[in-house]
Design a protein around this ligand. Structure first.
Ligand code: DAH
Length: 344
């Protein structure tokens, strides 16, 4: 039995010496040391040995197992090392190859125009305010002098969530929110950009969602001329120093007096063309002196302070600036459209 064990050792070690890969190595492990392997098979004969022989043969068997296991382990380690080396070689990155340029996006034209408008007003000392898109009836209408059943509510068809909660139809509710937060202090000088929602059918000039920028100044002795000067400054920074504005009387429940502002048609320079319907003027925003009732809702005494406000559509400002003919271009995310603004 001892001879058989020694022969097994030699045979196993010879074959291990010649083994070519990890899979073959594992086969040999099973063949020699496995539960049904050759070593086990020889040891099954131990039962027939005498009590003196048994420990001797047992010792030899252990030696044989240890010798085979050692070579198995060494081989395994060598294969592992070779495999790691092979993978490292296969996955080498040639850092001298030219890279793939990542596709870098650009700001959306509306974002650009919004930031441009913000910069102009920040330059005039305004702060940026925000308000919720889901608004209460009180801030969206009531506090702006539009009580329930006021006919002017029809001017802005709304998405109601409950009787008292709706998607804001304009950024004007931020006027009263800001005044209330100011707690009677002056001056208040803010602009508020944001999304607004109206139940309109989408077409070239309407969208159920669009964006506005509201402006509000409150303080002692704020006059209509301050409003006019501010808007002229804004228009000239936005469209060029040759621009003129004109104010036409208009009505908004939250202003007294109210006005609509036209700017020189940028396309024809005021001579008259198709874009301005041959008037030389393009309407860009609504504005006015803050209505006394609105000042009261904001916590001010209208005999002591006054204010002006304005509201403009960002899309409209952008359409005019870039001579875009359809508002839907802004929302369809057609890269051919968007890429034109990447380098502007
Ligand atoms: N909120 C008005 C609208 O959405 C725009 C507007 C007009 C805002 C006059 C004002 C304002 O602040 O004074 O049509």
């Amino acid at each position: 039995m001892k001879e058989r064990l020694e022969a097994l050792r030699r045979e196993a070690l010879d074959r291990l010496e010649a083994v070519a890969d990890a899979a073959a190595l594992n086969d040999l492990r099973v063949e020699y040391l496995g539960k049904k392997g050759k070593l086990t098979e020889i040891l099954r004969g131990m039962g027939g040995l005498s009590a003196e022989e048994r420990p001797v043969i047992g010792q030899v068997a252990n030696d044989v197992r240890a010798a085979i296991e050692e070579v198995l382990a060494n081989k395994q380690e060598a294969f592992d090392r070779a495999e790691t080396a092979r993978r490292l070689r296969a996955e080498t990155i040639d850092v001298t190859l030219p890279g793939k340029a990542p596709a870098i996006g650009s700001l959306h034209p509306l974002t650009k125009v919004q930031e441009e408008i913000e910069d102009i007003f920040l330059g005039m000392g305004y702060q940026i305010a925000e308000g919720p898109e889901v608004e209460t009836d009180y801030f969206n209408f009531e506090a702006l002098n539009l009580p329930k059943n006021h006919p002017a509510r029809d001017m802005q068809d709304s998405f109601y969530i409950t009787d008292e909660i709706l998607l804001r139809t304009h950024t004007s509710p931020v006027q009263v929110r800001t005044m209330q937060a100011a707690n009677g202090k002056t001056p208040v000088k803010i602009i508020c950009p944001g999304k607004v929602y109206r139940r309109d059918d989408d077409d070239a000039t309407h969208s159920f969602m669009f964006q506005q920028i509201e402006g509000l100044v409150v303080g002692p002795n704020i006059r209509m001329s301050d409003l006019k000067g501010t808007l002229l400054q804004f228009v000239r920074e936005m469209y060029g120093p040759q621009m003129q504005i004109r104010l036409r009387p208009s009505f908004f429940p939250f202003t007294e007096p109210g006005a609509e502002v036209d700017v020189t048609c940028a396309k024809c320079g005021g001579h008259g063309c198709r874009m301005c319907k041959h008037t030389g003027w393009i309407e860009i925003l609504g504005c006015g002196m803050v209505h006394p009732k609105v000042l009261e809702h904001g916590g001010y005494d209208p005999t002591e302070v006054s204010g002006f406000a304005f509201g403009m559509g960002i899309e409209r400002i952008a359409l005019l600036k870039y001579e875009i003919d359809d508002i839907r271009h802004f929302y369809s995310n057609d890269l051919r459209f968007l890429k034109q603004f990447a380098k502007m």
